[in-house]
Ligand binder design. Structure first.
Ligand SMILES: NC(=O)c1ccc[n+]([C@@H]2O[C@H](COP(=O)([O-])OP(=O)(O)OC[C@H]3O[C@@H](n4cnc5c(N)ncnc54)[C@H](OP(=O)(O)O)[C@@H]3O)[C@@H](O)[C@H]2O)c1
Length: 338
């Protein structure tokens, strides 16, 4: 084991132990308005016929399950990811279970801002209307530091900055819908994340786990700030965050044998997709809300209100990151006023 793997393995062990003790845990009682009713599931989704969604990373895991459930409810779904082949495979697999599902694939590499802009430019031809953008795609803890086409650290670029830019580019299309939503995927990892403003790109010293935590905290800061700016500017967008707890997907597929083995303890991807589906479709889901599994440590369970870590509620940090992100990506949101 390399020295820098130690904290990663420790955190994985803790996460795994959390999942193991899940049987002993109790679900949190629903509280504030906007909390899901106990046992919320796809049958509770309102019909989605006539609504259009873009799901980044819909070829696998949470994005695949979200796309399938939305299509089964009648929505038209664009799955966007890097590989057309994997995209077509995913669509064929969904159509096996949901005959007549209205799905198409569009190529998107979030590690390349030119690809993000290109998708946003052609989306109106691919999808008549955009009611929901699911900022879902992600990568986790590549052991060596990688960089995007634009020179940014891979996890920062794919998980966060690409989605920041995509949302900005698609804002006009979203605003043409009646009740548009942006759902951004965070993670339990946001709790141990910190925004490393002095070295956002981990150029001085790369720590794969800290960079993942930073990217997922950035996603949560973004989702909450987007809601504040939408309210202040009258954009009419509901911005909601979600996380899938610990779910069995391909996210950990490239990791070592120990971490891969831990996946048997994780909940199925379809269960992990429920908080995202709730955020995307439930009439009572709150703008500025954060939803995740309601079991022990939010590792698994039915959909509930997720705990927002203190660092994610820091409006000053969110505004600072927003300004930096506009500069790094070249993407511009309208000014918050007007
Ligand atoms: N699984 C968990 O326990 C867990 C926990 C907390 C948070 N999450 C979050 O849940 C989200 C979904 O992850 P998952 O667990 O479903 O993982 P997954 O099965 O590995 O799916 C990741 C998806 O992201 C796409 N993707 C990766 N790099 C991309 C890029 N550069 N551009 C465009 N698409 C890209 C992949 O598609 P291609 O490879 O085909 O491009 C794939 O469809 C992520 O944001 C992750 O951080 C997951």
């Amino acid at each position: 084991m390399r020295a820098h793997d130690a904290p990663i393995v420790r955190r994985s062990c803790l996460a795994g132990l959390g999942a193991m003790t899940v049987a002993a845990c109790t679900a949190r009682a629903p509280g504030a308005a906007g909390d899901p009713r106990p046992g919320w599931g796809p049958p509770d989704m309102p019909p989605q016929a006539g609504r259009g969604f873009l799901v980044t990373g819909g070829t696998s895991g949470i994005g695949y399950e979200s796309s399938k459930a939305l299509a089964a409810a009648g929505a038209e779904v664009v799955i966007a990811a890097r590989s057309r082949e994997r995209g077509e495979e995913a669509i064929a697999a969904i159509r096996q279970e949901v005959p007549g599902a209205r799905l198409r694939f569009e190529k998107l590499d979030l590690a390349d801002l030119a690809s993000v802009r290109a998708l946003a430019a052609r989306l109106p031809e691919a999808l008549p209307r955009l009611d929901g953008l699911l900022n879902n795609a992600g990568v986790m803890e590549p052991p060596e530091r990688g960089t995007s086409a634009d020179g940014y650290e891979t996890q920062f670029a794919v998980n966060y900055l690409g989605h920041f830019a995509l949302t900005a580019e698609l804002l006009p299309m979203l605003r043409r819908a009646e009740a548009p939503r942006v759902v951004t995927l965070s993670s339990i990892a946001a709790r141990y994340g910190a925004i490393n403003f002095e070295d956002l790109q981990f150029a001085q010293r790369y720590d794969a786990s800290a960079a993942y935590g930073q990217s997922k905290l950035a996603c949560l800061l973004f989702a909450l700030e987007l809601q504040r700016r939408s309210e202040a500017g009258g954009w009419g967008i509901r911005s909601i965050a979600s996380h899938p707890g610990l779910s069995r997907t391909n996210l950990q597929a490239g990791h070592g044998p120990f971490r891969r083995a831990l996946r048997v303890l994780f909940q199925p991807a379809a269960q992990g997709a429920l908080p995202t589906l709730y955020a995307a479709t439930a009439p009572e889901a709150r703008g500025g809300g954060y939803y995740g599994p309601n079991g022990f440590l939010e590792a698994r369970g039915a959909v509930g209100a997720a705990e927002v870590p203190a660092a994610a509620a820091d409006g000053g940090a969110a505004a600072r990151l927003w300004t930096i992100s506009e500069a790094l990506s070249g993407a511009r949101f309208p000014s918050a006023i007007g």
